[in-house]
Structures are given as C-alpha cells and as structure tokens.
Design a protein around this ligand. Structure first.
Ligand SMILES: Nc1nc2c(c(=O)[nH]1)N[C@H]1C(S)=C(S)[C@@H](COP(=O)(O)O)O[C@H]1N2
Ligand SMILES: [Mo]
Length: 160
C-alpha cells in the first residue's frame, strides 16, 4: 500500500504528499481528534481545504475524485460540497493510520448522507486513498448503486 497521497489534475503541479507533509500544513487546519467531528471515529486529520491550498488548486477544478487502487474503489464528488468540511485522516496515536482504519489516508466527510442516497454519502468516505484527482468534469466512480450492490461490497470486505 503506497504511503503517499498523490494529487493530480487541475492543480499547479502534480504532487505527492506523505503524512509528515500533511502534519506540516497550518495548525488551524489540523484536527487533533476526529472524534470531535464524529464520536465513532478517531485519529488525527487535516482539512481538505488546506491540502487543496497547498497544491494550488485551480478555479477550473469542480470535481474531486478519490482513488483507492488497493481495492479498486473510487468516488467522484462535487468539490464545492466538500471543500470546507471534508478532512483527510492520516494519523492515529502518533502512528500512521492503519489499513484497518482505512489508512494510511482516509477521506472523511463528517456529516455524510446515508449510503447511495446522494453524491455526498457515506460510501464516499474512501479508505486507502492513494490519489486525489481534481477535474472540470465528473471523474470515475464505482460506488455501489443500490442496496444489493452495497450489501455485496460489505460481504467482500468482511471476507478480507
Ligand atoms: N477503499 C474503499 N473505501 C471505502 C469502501 C471500500 O469498499 N473501499 N467502502 C465505502 C462504503 S460503501 C462505506 S459505507 C464506508 C464504510 O466505512 P466504515 O467501514 O468505516 O464504516 O466506506 C467507504 N469507503
Ligand atoms: Mo456505503
């Protein structure tokens, strides 16, 4: 599993960030305990807005695609809807975020909608994100479309 987060697309230049780079983003953008956003979650996170500022996102970027090559899971969501509220969880107890918790990098929208009800749903909380892609048009998305597909995905997750 890659231990860096690559950012591509409508940004000043493609770049690769490690956990240490996220830790060096402004203090005001750090969330030392994600439980303050959602009591069921833990770990340290940084606000998406700060990551985007750091890579020089262009005004042409309208969609954010979250790619997890580890298990070939992808979600593409309208950037404006998550820009100020989503976070990237990247550490837990001073250690890299474990794969069990969706690490090394997990995208997290604190107030997501229920699964497959909306573009910004729980399914868009992509685990093991290794690339974030900014585009003018919607990118690749293979989230489950209905309850049956969703149940099948979770069954597979349990088998792993
Ligand atoms: N890489 C990856 N991320 C993923 C998934 C997945 O299968 N692979 N499942 C998604 C779905 S459908 C849901 S509902 C949430 C579940 O998150 P949780 O296991 O932390 O509750 O993770 C999302 N992120
Ligand atoms: Mo989901």
């Amino acid at each position: 599993m890659p231990d860096t987060l690559t950012i591509t697309g409508e940004i000043a230049c493609p770049c690769e960030l490690a956990a240490i780079d996220l830790a060096q983003l402004p203090v005001a953008a750090q969330i030392t305990d994600v439980a303050t956003l959602d009591p069921k979650r833990s770990g340290q996170a940084v606000r998406l807005a700060a990551v985007l500022d750091a890579v020089g996102v262009k005004p042409t970027a309208r969609w954010l695609s979250l790619h997890a090559s580890t298990d070939d899971f992808h979600a593409s969501i309208p950037l404006d809807a998550v820009r100020e509220r989503a976070v990237v969880i990247y550490r837990q107890n001073g250690e890299p975020l474990s794969p069990k918790a969706g690490g090394p990098f997990r995208f997290f929208i604190p107030d997501f909608a229920a699964c497959h009800t909306h573009e910004i749903d729980e399914c868009a909380n992509v685990k093991f994100v290794d690339r974030m892609e900014l585009t003018a048009e919607r990118g690749y998305d293979n989230r489950p479309h209905d309850a049956a597909e969703h149940a099948e995905l979770h069954r597979k997750e349990r088998e792993e």
